[in-house]
Every structure is written in C-alpha cells, then in structure tokens.
Write a protein that binds this ligand. Structure first.
Ligand code: ATP
Ligand code: MG
Length: 447
C-alpha cells in the first residue's frame, strides 16, 4: 500500500523536473505525505536517540542508508544518527553510550540489544590528503549542510526527523531514488580520488537498490580503478565482505568485471573467473551465498573466501603433486602460498584465515571412504562447513556428484547402514595404486 502511495506521489510532475546534479540548491523539506515514512518505521532505539538529543537542544536526524532503504521499501540493516552535538555531548545525554574511534570519534548508543551509531556533523574543510588526493583524515566538525555534501551519493544524503516526520534532502536524493539513479554528490573523479572505496560502494549500492549508476559516476571508474591499490587492505577487505554478503554478490561481481574493477580487488579473482571450472565454482558459491542472505541465514566469511580462492589452491596443489611432493604436505604448502599472496591486498584477519584453512584442509579427507576415517571426519566441528564446500565442488564438476551424494547419505544413515556403505580397505588401496598412474585426474588419494 505504501508503495502504491509512493508511486502515485512520485509521479507528480514536479518530481520529474530533475535539477542539475552539480548545482547544490538549498535543502528541501519533504513531508510525510510525499515520502510515506512514519516515525513508527524506525527502530525504536533510533527514534529515542534523536528525541534524547533534540530534548537537549541539539539537531539530530536518522541519516544515510536507513532513510534511503526505508524510502526504497527495503528493511534497513542499521540505523545511524547525525547530530550537531559533539561526541562528548552525546555521551553526556545517554546512560549507555560509548565513544569509539581515535581520529574522528563516533558514539555508540545502546538501547536493549540495539546499537545506534551517532556521528557529529562533519565539515569538509581542512581535510588532509595523500599525493593521489585520497583523504587521510577529515576530523573537523561542520554544519548539517556540509555533512550532507561530504556524503557520497545523493540517495545517501537524506536526513529524517522523527519529530516532524520530514525528510531533509540537500541533493535531490529522493527524486534520484525514484528515478532509479545512483548519482554522486559533486564531481565523481574528485570524489573517487578522495576515497576510492566509493567505486565499490557505487557497484554494491546500485545492485542492492536496483539503481543505474549515473554515467558521470560510472565512466571514470574504469580508468581510476587502480587507485584502489592505495586503500588500506583492512578497509578493502571490509568493503569486499559487504559486497559479497549483500545478497547481490552475483550481480556485483558481474558489474565489477564489466567496469574493470575486479583486477584490483582480489588479485586472483580475474584469473579464477577466466578458468571455466573456476568461474562455475565461484559463481555457484556466490549464488548460494545470495540465497542464504536473502533467506536471512548467516554467512561465514571464512567459507566465502575459501570458495573464492579454492581454485588457486587446487592449481598450486596439482603442480606440487606433479613435481613429486606428497599429497597432504603439498596441500598445506599450497594453502599457505595462496593466503600469503592474498594477504598483501586484502587484510584477511587471522581468525578468518584459520577458518579458510580448516575448510580447505578437510577436502582431501572426503576421498577416504574406508575404515575408521569417515567416522572421524563426521565428528569434527568443521565437518558441516567442509561438507557444504564439497557440495559446491561437486556442483561445479570438480569432483563426481557421486562422492557428495555418498557423504550426504553416510551422514544421515544409522550405524549399521554406515558400516555397509564403507569401501573395503583393499579395494581402496588397489584403486589408489591405479590412480597414481598419470591419468590427469584432479582427485587425490590422501594419506
Ligand atoms: P549499507 O548500510 O546498506 O551498507 P550505507 O550507505 O548505509 O549502506 P554505511 O557504510 O552504513 O553505508 O554508511 C552510512 C552513510 O555514511 C552512507 O549512507 C553515506 O551517507 C555515508 N558514507 C559511507 N561511506 C562513505 C564514503 N566512503 N564516502 C562518503 N560517504 C560515505
Ligand atoms: Mg548503513
């Protein structure tokens, strides 16, 4: 119903007269009759933060992604508040508030289980940049208007006031959202130089919201993609993770390839995507991830990165075995080489790296279907993740589907049935001997 209402309202001709994007006109106050977002649509904690700050005489608005998502009919992931109060003043207003960050302090205000991120309006003067024009710090407070101008896309510079239920729109973001356009505030090349991550955000937000990236924002991407190399790896990793767990990973990765962005991101991703088997595997993994996200299920970053890098491990592993190294040590060597290579670009955290290795290291053990080993494998805490990974390998044609089916059945079966499913040790040994001949098979008999 709200959608219908929005459609009717937004069809009004004055909304279609899109003003010039580079012309910053004054703020427009959009009443609820036009945007349809009642204060009840907010997370109660976000509303209480705004009300608490306003009661003390500060300006406070729900800002950014949450307002954008509500207008677009999407449930917001998180609620952020922007205010004229300094971090110290914010912490003085709320009982459960915690200042975080070193250079630019923000405040986390907790209500029950919810946390609201509260940021003081930022100004855009005196920003310190590196030799490429990338902003290193911008720790000056500013006015609400300056705060809006610092944001990346017009649809992200919307401020919602729960007290009046109005949206304050400095850059025609509501009209852009309605017209399905992702438009940069200011000149795109300069904004990408200031923060190259915005190129990735453009791709992710366009996919998430079903928007078309405005040509002015899209065209510079190809030639500026290399600036991503100057971004600190930890930030790149966070943004990649957001992109891959957005529920639109397949669409994002396609767009990244089209825009020539995948080279800078995962140095190996383009190589993988150029091998037919690798591409099938990665795309299948991303499809499954998208499905899980859309069903509201959790995603393990370790699993995700394990899938992205698997074919590199496979290639290195095969090379080592062909050179006479024995299977398991060769596998561990390959894992280390691939992760080290990746760590230079993306700061994969130690914990995630451990998860990735656990999943990879169990893969050769699925080939053992005799004796006690299958039982031991089932008991391992990482069995489930490793099994899900095996399903992807089978789905992409890397290993026979029969192997994955066997494990599905084995895990479900009762004790006596499991015994009947085991392969005789002798037969396994014989087959292994046969397989050692150079058949070019990708399957390995682990030992
Ligand atoms: P989502 O929450 O769906 O990931 P978002 O746009 O809310 O998307 P956040 O990282 O939560 O992304 O950022 C909140 C807001 O901060 C944005 O809406 C935008 O206004 C601003 N912002 C975030 N990153 C940047 C950036 N790199 N440059 C300029 N503004 C940014
Ligand atoms: Mg957000």
């Amino acid at each position: 119903m709200i959608r219908k209402l929005l459609r009717r309202i937004f069809r009004r001709p004055e909304d279609h007269a899109r003003p010039n994007a580079t012309r910053p006109s004054g703020p427009v106050s959009i009443p609820i009759a036009q945007h349809g977002i009642s204060r009840d649509a907010l997370l109660p904690a976000a509303r209480r933060v705004c009300e608490g700050l306003q009661a003390e005489g500060y300006q406070a608005y729900v800002v950014g992604g949450a307002v954008r998502d509500l207008i677009a009919g999407i449930v917001p992931k998180d609620f952020d508040v922007a205010t004229s109060a300094t971090p110290e003043q914010v912490t003085a207003v709320f009982r459960r508030a915690r200042m975080i960050g070193r250079r630019f302090k923000i405040v986390h205000v907790m209500f029950g289980r919810d946390t609201i991120e509260v940021t003081t309006f930022r100004g855009d003067s005196e920003a310190v940049t590196d030799e490429h024009g990338r902003i290193l710090h911008d720790n000056v407070f500013g006015t609400m208007e300056e705060d809006a101008a610092r944001r990346d896309f017009t649809v992200n510079a919307l401020y919602y006031d729960p007290a009046t239920e109005t949206v304050i729109d400095f850059h025609h973001g509501v009209a852009d959202l309605k017209q399905k356009t992702l438009r940069m505030i200011g000149e795109a090349p300069r904004r990408y130089r200031e923060d190259p991550i915005r190129m990735l955000r453009a791709v992710r937000l366009a996919a998430k919201l079903g928007l078309v990236i405005d040509p002015d924002a899209r065209e510079p991407i190809r030639s500026m993609a290399s600036l991503l190399e100057n971004v600190p790896p930890a930030r790149l990793f966070d943004e990649m993770l957001k992109l891959l767990t957005s529920g639109h990973a397949v669409r994002c990765v396609r767009q990244l390839r089209e825009d020539g962005l995948h080279h800078g991101l995962l140095p190996l991703l383009d190589v993988i995507l150029e091998q037919p088997m690798g591409e099938r595997f990665v795309m299948l993994a991303l499809e499954r991830t998208d499905e899980r996200v859309r069903e509201g299920k959790s995603i393990s970053p370790g699993f995700l990165f394990a899938t992205l890098l698997w074919h590199e491990v496979l290639a290195d592993w095969e090379k080592r075995k062909a050179a006479g190294e024995s299977s398991i040590p060769a596998m561990f060597e390959a894992m280390t080489v691939v992760l080290d290579q990746q760590a230079e670009k993306l700061a994969i955290t130690r914990r995630i790296a451990t998860d990735i290795k656990d999943i990879w290291a169990l893969q050769p053990r699925f080939d053992a279907r005799a004796g006690k080993r299958p039982f031991r494998l089932l008991e391992l805490p990482r069995y489930r993740a490793a099994y899900d990974f095996l399903l992807l390998r089978a789905g992409s044609g890397e290993v026979p589907q029969e192997l994955a089916d066997w494990w599905t059945e084995f895990a479900d079966a009762d004790g006596p049935t499991r015994e009947t499913m085991l392969r005789p040790e002798e037969a396994v040994k014989k087959r292994r001997r046969v397989r050692r001949k150079p058949t070019g098979s990708a399957q390995v008999a682990p030992e």
